[in-house]
Design a protein around this ligand. Sequence first.
Ligand code: ATP
Length: 303
Amino acid sequence: MSGVDSRSVTVRVPAKVNVQLAVGGARADGFHDLANVFLAVSLFDEVTVAPATRLTVTCEGPDAHQVPLDTTNLAARAAVLLAERHGIAPDVRIHITKDIPVAGGMAGGSADGAAALLACDALWGLRSSRAELLAICAELGSDVPFSLVGGAALGIGRGEQLTELPVGGDFHWVFAVADGGLSTPAVYGEFDRLNEGLRVPEPRASKALLDALASGDCTVLAGALANDLQPAALSLRPALRSTLDAGLSAGALSALVSGSGPTTAFLVKDAQAGAAVAEALRVSGTCRTARAATSPAPGATIL
Ligand code: ATP
């Protein structure tokens, strides 16, 4: 970033994978009740804010051209919402260094929203409490509170009512990044279509999964990973099956679609297995690129 202001604030924020995503039937308001077990992973965006005469957003990174630079950007919305609460003008220059895949089911936009909120709060000297920041995050979107908190957490309601979870060790992952995104509303729409006329059970967190996270045992976690949106994502993007198969053939312990996709996530036993699975995925021709990462990662942090 050129011309960094001495009063700028930079926040680093992680991507997430849903190790369990249990989805209930459509509610009257169109949302779905969820039992959503989030795990933050070590793919990060950085958001820098600096004083300016008006609100602007710039973005750099391989997917930068897909990121809106107007007030629909979640980082800009976060700045506007926080400024409104305090009766001040959101005159700030926001720069996003984007490493989280865009529209990939890894909550990249939500991450930038949480990061901008924390950064603006510090830049403007507002000293908002954690509870105030979390309330604004929930207003910005269902996945935004988790981006602030990081680590691991169970989200209920739309996924925004969080309880932090213990994690007993590091887990190693590979993420296969697909060409093009999948729209989260389209995936939920397909979920509704596939479940039409069926009784969708109440979403509940799996005890086996929570125990696996707490124990830090990757073999047990591999057997407990579950994503109710996976059939819908695969229905909209059948080619993702080949990606899942390629990672499993290369030695991943388990594979699933990350959130609403189309990123696919592979749990591996250690960093060495991660490097091998990532390389096999890259040469398989079934994805655009593959990235190794570890979890849990910390939530939004001022650098
Ligand atoms: P989730 O996992 O929370 O469903 P996602 O990872 O699938 O989200 P995002 O990367 O958050 O998807 O992007 C979804 C859409 O949000 C993008 O297509 C883009 O139009 C919009 N968007 C708004 N702000 C941002 C941002 N800062 N970064 C990326 N996308 C953004």
